[in-house]
Design a protein around this ligand. Structure first.
Ligand SMILES: Nc1ncnc2c1ncn2[C@@H]1O[C@H](COP(=O)(O)OP(=O)(O)OP(=O)(O)O)[C@@H](O)[C@H]1O
Ligand SMILES: [Mg+2]
Length: 333
């Protein structure tokens, strides 16, 4: 029982929000969302990335009809929360950042409760099968592992057979195996033609699952595109990371000297040079040419090169370049 998710001609986007603002009336007020435009196509898996406090959950909750916006227009599945709330609610599935499920219910009872909110829905067995939790049907929620609880939260979100799914940090805090299991579940839901809006702190997750991503920072979208487009915007496919001390005064290691960085920018095909403490990061197109030129330059200047690592550029590099921050949970690479 799958909904047909073909776009109507007058409903070009599954989510269309323009000029979205949210100010929490605290003292002082918090401008959590400051003019966000997002258009998500039908059938797209769209990722919202950003550091803590960037406004991801606030934006999601407005789109989910759980929070009123301070300003801006929101259309979900071509409808408006003001006039079509009942209809939208029947057509979406929501998994919140922190799902509070009753510890005393069993897995089966929990899904049955969520199912009761919808006119048309999967059976409990179908929902549990979609997240591979059938063998835990009679287990109490407080006996589940973190990964199993997360899968149960996804089961509760999909039991309505939704056209549009909101998943706020579906894999945060999970071990690598459980994360992969949730990725597979999301991959299957996406292959069924559903539209998915998810938030994540994991760049590898976004790169793997999402057709397009928006990077949020301080309540604004600071970059938008496919993962490939964003990585290409760095101007180079390779990252070279190293530390390099001037021989004479090793204490200068902490200080990234601007003339030295400028000489690094002149190396062949280098598009970006960034320093973070003693560490320098280059993005470049032609790795062998850069390595040869870098070693020559280091030798000419009498410096000592250490801890040199090369790897392919990732969304992490885009994120660090744009925000100057490393995302929580992102290992240094
Ligand atoms: N109910 C609230 N009242 C006041 N301020 C709030 C409230 N909820 C969130 N905020 C503030 O709004 C800003 C955006 O919060 P939000 O939860 O949307 O961020 P987020 O991007 O989801 O962060 P995280 O990655 O930590 O989940 C933060 O500064 C936060 O402190
Ligand atoms: Mg959040």
């Amino acid at each position: 029982m799958l909904h047909s998710v073909a776009a109507q001609p007058d409903q070009a986007f599954a989510i269309d929000c323009r000029g979205l603002r949210k100010t929490y009336p605290t003292r002082p007020p918090v401008e959590a969302v400051q003019g966000v435009d997002l258009q998500v196509h039908y059938g797209e898996c769209f990722g919202v990335l950003g550091p803590n406090g960037a406004g991801k959950t606030t934006t999601m909750e407005i789109l989910e009809g759980l929070l009123p916006a301070t300003a801006g227009q929101v259309r979900v599945l071509g409808r408006s929360w003001d006039s079509d709330a009942r209809e939208i609610r029947q057509r979406i599935g929501v998994s919140l950042q922190e799902t509070i499920l009753s510890d005393d219910l069993t897995v089966q009872e929990t899904v049955r409760l969520f199912r009761s909110f919808y006119r048309q829905a999967w059976t409990v067995d179908q929902a549990l099968a979609s997240v591979s939790l059938q063998e835990k049907a009679n287990a109490r929620v407080n006996k589940l592992s973190g990964g199993q609880k997360q899968r149960l939260a996804v089961a509760c979100a999909v039991v309505s057979d939704p056209e549009l799914l909101f998943l706020d940090e579906p894999t945060t805090g999970l071990d690598p195996t459980s994360r992969r299991e949730v990725w597979e579940i999301i991959g299957r839901l996406r292959a069924q033609g559903r539209t998915i809006l998810l938030t994540t702190h994991y760049m590898d997750e976004a790169q793997r699952l999402c057709d397009r991503v928006a990077i949020f920072d301080q309540g604004q979208v600071i970059a938008l595109g496919t993962p490939e487009q964003l990585i290409r915007s760095l101007g180079g496919d390779h990252i070279v990371r190293f530390t390099c001390a001037p021989v004479a005064t090793p204490q200068q290691v902490e200080v990234a000297e601007e003339p030295w960085l400028e000489r690094l920018r002149q190396l062949p095909t280098v598009s970006l040079v960034e320093a973070e403490g003693a560490e320098i990061r280059l993005a470049c197109q032609h790795l062998p040419a850069v390595l040869t030129a870098l070693i020559d330059l280091v030798r000419q200047e009498g410096r000592v090169l250490s801890d040199l690592v090369t790897r392919g550029a990732t969304l992490d590099d885009v994120f660090i370049h744009l925000t100057g921050k490393r995302l929580e949970g992102t290992p240094e690479s």
